[in-house]
Design a protein around this ligand. Structure first.
Ligand code: HGY
Ligand code: MN
Ligand code: MN
Length: 410
């Protein structure tokens, strides 16, 4: 198993002093997709891509049926870790290599997918590739999404770091018969409970909002305090209202992860702020309650601070329950590998939320050391990484068998 070396090699692509920067359609992320294609080619697998930039590595089956699929993403957050996403893709490649080495062809093709832009690090629509694949976002609409650098996704796909050169582009977005995603937990629950394999029950729903706050820039020394329309003070009150709403509503999380002040100079009263809000819960009703509280708080701030506030939803993903039937198969595989395998909910979002719209999905977690993720210090113990690969391989083969023997394949 080469998973450690491969993850270490991928981690050099986009490495920064604090972590890894591998945003969609940038040079390091393009290089990561190229590296996957090279490793897949040396394993004798076929590779293609779709028009949304998702990359597919395939082990052919005895029959040309819809594939059993696994995957995750190669892009990272800013200063991200080496395992979020990349682990699920490379583990899938390792699982394919182990299956191929047995010399026994599965009945169905088995595919590993590197989904494009799960993190939304450059284009502010997370899971942009799997959302197009699942028909949640029309390709034309995704191509029109404007990145934080001003380039549209469509132009980025057409750029030298967009669609891979010399890799066939498949027609359409043919769905799999079943999908399983292996991922690090990204939280502390499994480590604290001594669990090495997690059978995911559901993925928390998430809503993201883009907020514009317009006040009045002016001289920091001469503008009287009375009547100021300080956009950053308004943004600060709104940010605290986001935090308070999540605390008060409970069983939910929310934050303002991104905030830009303009003109952003010491001696100018801030005239404009843009910020983005991320709200999550396994209970969609709580997300809606938090959104209402945020909008109510904004209305109060507008009155009190003489500013204008616009709040636009930019991503809405409902909470997603894993498929019961697949979950049972995954549970049997995981408990046969480690009797302490246990159920766990996912606070993090994943491409499985989108794929769930076109196929039954399941997820498997391995622990994150100290629960750290979305930071350069993200780590998972080598033994846990390898155990996860075995759980993924076992699940893929079980799906192939289970979905083959059962005439009702849905
Ligand atoms: O934000 C998330 O949950 C995921 O890492 N994109
Ligand atoms: Mn992530
Ligand atoms: Mn991820």
């Amino acid at each position: 198993m080469k998973i450690h070396e491969r993850l270490a090699e991928l981690a050099t692509l986009g490495a920064t002093a604090e972590g890894i920067d591998r945003a969609l359609c940038t040079a390091p992320e393009y290089a990561a997709r190229e590296r996957l294609v090279r490793w897949a080619g040396s394993g004798g697998f076929s590779v293609d891509q779709d028009r949304a930039g998702n990359v597919f590595v395939r082990l052919n089956g005895r029959e040309a049926l819809p594939p059993v699929q696994c995957g995750s993403h190669l892009d990272t957050v800013k200063n991200g870790g080496a395992y979020d996403g990349a682990y699920g893709v490379i583990a899938g490649l390792e699982a394919l290599e182990m299956i191929a080495s047995t010399g026994v062809m599965p009945r169905r093709p088995i595919e590993v997918v590197a989904w494009a832009g799960e993190e939304g690090s450059r284009f502010p629509l997370g899971c942009i590739g799997s959302a197009v694949y699942a028909g949640l976002t029309p390709l034309a609409q995704a191509r029109a999404v404007i990145g934080d650098d001003g380039m549209t996704f469509g132009d980025a796909l057409a750029s030298p770091t967009g669609l891979l050169r010399d890799v066939p582009v498949r027609d359409g977005f043919p769905p799999p018969v079943a999908y399983v995603e292996l991922h690090i937990e990204q939280g502390p629950v499994m480590e604290r409970a001594g669990i090495r394999l997690g059978i995911v029950t559901a993925i928390a729903g998430q809503c993201r909002f883009h907020v514009e706050i317009t006040g009045q820039a002016g001289h920091a020394g001469t503008m009287p305090m009375a009547g100021r329309a300080d956009a950053l003070c308004a943004a600060s009150e709104l940010t605290l209202a986001v935090d308070r709403a999540a605390h008060d509503v409970g069983n939910a999380v929310a934050t303002v992860g991104r905030l830009i002040v303009e003109p952003n100079q010491t001696n100018i009263v801030p005239g404009h702020v843009t910020l983005r809000i991320d709200v999550r819960s396994v209970d969609d009703a709580r997300v809606a309650t938090i959104e209402k509280r945020i909008r109510d708080a904004a209305a109060t701030i507008v009155q009190g601070r003489n500013v204008r506030i616009t709040i636009e939803p930019i991503e809405t993903r409902p909470a997603t329950a894993m498929n019961e039937r697949l979950r049972k198969v995954v549970r049997d595989v995981c408990t046969s590998l480690d009797p302490k395998a246990a159920n766990i909910a996912s606070g993090a979002g994943h491409d499985a939320m989108c794929v769930a719209h076109v196929a039954p999905v399941a997820m498997i977690f391995v622990p994150s050391i100290a629960g750290q993720s979305h930071v350069g210090a993200e780590r998972t113990a080598p033994g846990d990484l390898e155990l996860g690969v075995l759980a993924l391989m076992g699940s893929l083969l079980a799906f192939d068998h289970e979905l083959t023997t059962d005439s009702k394949e849905k």
